[in-house]
Design a protein around this ligand. Sequence first.
Ligand code: OFO
Length: 171
Amino acid sequence: MNHMMLDALNQQINEEMYSAYLYLSMVAYFHSMKMPGAAHWMVAQYKEELIHAEKIIAYIMDRGAIFKLREIKEPTNHWSSPIDAFKAAYAHEQHITGCINNLYDIAMREKDYPTVQFLQWFINEQVEEEANSSQIVDDFERIGHDARGLFMLDRELASRPMPVPAPTSKE
Ligand code: OFO
């Protein structure tokens, strides 16, 4: 793998770790808002982001290269409302989609076909990631300030299953 591709993948590890931090910060926020279902949903999201980072790490090692960790910036810890936090999650996923598309462009330009193939999973995953958070924003909008509706939505968010751990290198 050439230097530019490795550097871009290392940066994506950092993006995924930051995503994990951001969602973990939202766990604290929803906990403070007494919304255990939304907090649970964010724990699952946090774990999913760690899996994304681990997938890239395993891939770099499979290619015989050395991954390098970078400093993770501090995430925000306050949002003006629950819907605002989910809107921020949706906006963040759109940002990540842009990062993945950029990685794909680099892989194509560098004729790094294994990485093109590897990134396919992330391209599909981002469709799901954006859809999940944007669906919840829509749900919040539909409910408005209805207390019973908010209670039911929080209940529903509590049913999100926890993600399964990523395969390790060579699996
Ligand atoms: Fe949320 O998809 Fe990774 O960052």
